[in-house]
Structures are given as structure tokens and as C-alpha cells.
Design a protein around this ligand. Structure first.
Ligand code: PLP
Length: 394
């Protein structure tokens, strides 16, 4: 079986995806031949680039159900989130200085909120339930007369839990609170329609959906006021200055177009492979916890905690053959357990002993079979070693 599998097997598509060859082909002419400045040149080179950027804008708009004029090009979700959160806070502070978010957001949102709280904004960090979910009622309970913004991610990068975005967004709209969602992991994987879902601001990133790194967009609903975070030539309707990254933009557009067309077949295929992986590890090994919601989650993600192993030994025993990650972060002096898993109520020990598997467009059944065999062997070996170490210590 292993002959058909190229090692290491990559199951870390939530960290980043390869550029799809169709996306790469679409981008290629815009590096050397069609290199014009899309925003500022009135000659043929500029016009050609501008027309291509317009097409890309339409492709992105179509994926998320909006109009091209509401798409702002950025360098990725981190920048989009900074523009949305800091830009909205600054532009609306005359109305109030209260912001709502939740505990398992990506650091891009959490850190923006922390900076804003250092500047005198009051931020409510809602806790989640044991599956990583917040509800519209939780959000409504936190809204105050001075609340200006609520930022809740669509889908979590570590555990894949999908929030009830439409209900939360509707509750915010009804109370005059701007709603931003970090859709970095959801866009291209789940149906998104910013109009039907009542969303004011939405961030997405090219490199999570088979587009190039360093590319992204912020959807800004028509009429939404934001203070720009990059001053300069007033590009992108004044929301984001800087010469447009034309090849990157063509790449995001092509990636959005592909994802929109492939989603209906890709998502169920990956869900079936993910379920096989999860079921065989859970049933085969025992004492395995599935982290996050099993009902409301991304189709290609499972996050598992393995009891009875020393978590520090887990990833080093696997990553030569299976490229996966855990939410634990290495700081200079030590390992820090995943704040997302801790927010769900996992112990530090179990949080260390956790792996996120995220499948992608190229994942095959043979790879999943290989990974099941490999992980089973490693966990059995680590459990035996951990048991022996405990026995020796007593
Ligand atoms: N938000 C989420 C949920 C993410 O997973 C990531 C990247 O891991 C980001 C934001 C940041 O995206 P980017 O790498 O495009 O800046």
C-alpha cells in the first residue's frame, strides 16, 4: 500500500495549501508579459491588468454572494482582520467603545482586540461551550448600548467547529452592531453568502484555498465606515493603499472560482475520508477524544486527543511521515498548550497530546489508510513507553 503513497503525507491543509496548478497557470502571464499597473496606468499595459483584476473581483464576489465593488484586496487574512477590527473600532468610536469577540478566535483577531483594549476600548471575550461554539443568545447577552462591533470566526482553524454565523449576524444587524467574520477556513469549503447571512465585514485568505500566499480580501458591505490602516495613494476605494499585487489577485480570483465549482463534490469526498480516519483511530485505539463539534464542523478537519501518551513526544514521532500539527505553540523556553483546546476544557496534558488532521484536494484513500496505520502504531508505542515510565516512577 505504501508504494502508492508519497511520504511524508501532507495532512496540514489548514496551515496552508499548495497552489492549484490551474491557479498557477492563470497567474503566470501576469508576472512577465502582462505586468502593467492595474490601478494607475491608462495605457494598454495598465488596462489589460485592470481588466484581469476586475474579472478576479467578480470571481471572489461570486464565491461569497456579493458585488465586485465590495471586495478590497489585501495581503491576507491577518491584514484583512486588522483593517476590519481596528478600522471599524476607530471609525465608530464616537458611538461607543465596546467590542465583542470569543475565546477561540485566531490570534489575528485576539491580538487586535488586545491592542484596542490597551487603547481604552472595552472588549468582551465570550467563552465557548465544550464544543467551541458560541450562540446568538450569548452574543445578544453581551450587547450593550455602546457596542460597535462583534467579530466571530466562521470556522475554527484548529478544531473545525463552525459557528452559527447567520443567527449571530442577524442578531447584530437587528441591534445596529457591525458584524465581522474571519472566514479564512470556511471560504471555499462551505457555502457563504454575505447578503443572506447579514455580514458587514468578512476576511478570507488566498493560501488556505489553493491560491498564493500573501493574498486575501476583506469584504466591506457598501456604506460601512472603516478607517484605513495603510495610508498612501487611496487605492481600493480608500480602504487600502498600495500598488495592486496583480498576479496574486488573479490567483485569488482563480482559486475562488475553482473552489466554488468544486465545493459540492470536494466537501463530501473529504468528509468521507475524514470520517474514516477518525472512526478507525477512535475505535481502534480507545481513549481518543474528538475535539470540537461533530455536528457543526468543516468537512475536512478532525482534531483528536490521545490519552496515555506524553504529548511532547507525539509530533516528533509522526512528522517525518505524516505532516500534521497540534495547536500547541513553541515559545523560546517551553511548549504552550493550545489555547483553543484549553478553552474547550481540555487539561494541559491532553491538549499537548492532540493532533489536528486537515485533509485537502489531493488527499487520497491510500494516504488515509497509511496514516491510520502509522498513527495507530505510534500511539501504541508511546502508550507503552509512557506506561513503563509511570510504572518506574512509582
Ligand atoms: N484566521 C484564521 C482562522 C487562520 O487560520 C489564519 C491562518 O492560519 C489567519 C486568520 C491568518 O491568515 P493569513 O495567513 O492569510 O494572514
Amino acid at each position: 500500500m505504501s508504494q502508492r503513497v508519497q511520504i511524508p503525507v501532507y495532512l496540514d491543509f489548514n496551515a496552508t495549501t499548495p497552489v492549484d496548478i490551474r491557479v498557477f497557470d492563470a497567474m503566470q502571464p501576469y508576472f512577465v508579459e502582462l505586468f502593467g499597473n492595474a490601478a494607475s496606468s491608462s495605457h494598454g499595459f495598465g488596462i489589460q491588468a485592470r481588466e484581469a483584476v476586475d474579472t478576479a473581483r467578480q470571481q471572489v464576489a461570486r464565491l461569497i454572494g456579493t458585488t465586485p465593488s465590495e471586495i478590497v484586496w489585501t495581503s491576507g487574512s491577518t491584514e484583512s482582520i486588522n483593517l476590519a477590527v481596528k478600522g471599524a473600532a476607530d471609525a465608530h468610536q464616537a458611538k461607543g467603545r465596546h467590542i465583542i469577540t470569543q475565546a477561540t478566535e485566531h490570534k489575528a483577531v485576539l491580538d487586535c482586540c488586545k491592542i484596542l483594549s490597551n487603547q481604552g476600548f472595552d472588549v468582551t471575550f465570550l467563552p465557548t461551550d465544550g464544543e467551541g461554539l458560541v450562540s446568538a443568545d450569548d452574543v445578544v447577552g453581551a450587547i450593550r448600548p455602546d457596542t460597535i462591533l462583534c467579530s466571530i470566526m466562521w470556522a475554527n482553524n484548529e478544531i473545525g467547529t463552525v459557528q452559527p454565523i447567520r443567527e449571530i449576524a442577524l442578531a447584530c444587524r437587528a441591534r445596529g452592531v457591525l458584524f465581522h467574520t474571519d472566514a479564512t477556513q470556511a471560504a471555499g469549503k462551505l457555502p457563504v453568502n454575505v447578503v443572506e447571512d447579514s455580514i458587514d465585514l468578512l476576511s478570507l485568505s488566498g493560501h488556505k484555498m489553493y491560491g498564493p500566499k500573501g493574498t486575501g480580501i476583506l469584504y466591506v458591505r457598501k456604506g460601512t465606515k472603516l478607517t484605513c490602516q495603510l495610508d498612501g495613494g487611496g487605492h481600493e476605494g480608500g480602504f487600502r493603499s498600495g500598488t495592486l499585487n496583480v498576479p496574486g489577485i488573479i490567483g485569488v480570483g482563480a482559486a475562488c472560482d475553482l473552489s466554488r465549482r468544486l465545493m459540492a463534490t470536494e466537501s463530501p469526498r473529504l468528509a468521507a475520508l475524514r470520517d474514516k480516519l477518525e472512526q478507525e483511530l477512535v475505535l481502534g485505539l480507545g481513549e481518543v477524544t474528538v475535539n470540537g463539534s461533530r455536528e457543526n464542523r468543516l468537512p475536512h478537519v478532525t482534531n483528536l486527543s490521545f490519552a496515555g501518551v506524553n504529548g511532547l513526544e507525539l509530533l516528533p514521532s509522526i512528522t517525518d511521515e505524516v505532516a500534521v500539527s497540534s495547536g500547541s505553540a513553541c515559545t523560546s523556553a517551553s511548549m504552550e498548550a493550545s489555547y483553543v483546546l484549553k478553552a474547550l476544557g481540555r487539561s494541559e496534558e491532553l491538549a499537548y497530546a492532540s493532533i489536528r488532521f486537515s485533509l485537502g484536494r489531493k488527499t487520497t484513500e491510500a494516504e488515509i489508510d497509511f496514516v491510520i496505520e502509522k498513527i495507530t502504531g505510534v500511539i501504541q508505542m508511546l502508550r507503552a513507553r509512557h506506561g513503563a515510565a509511570l510504572a518506574q516512577a512509582t
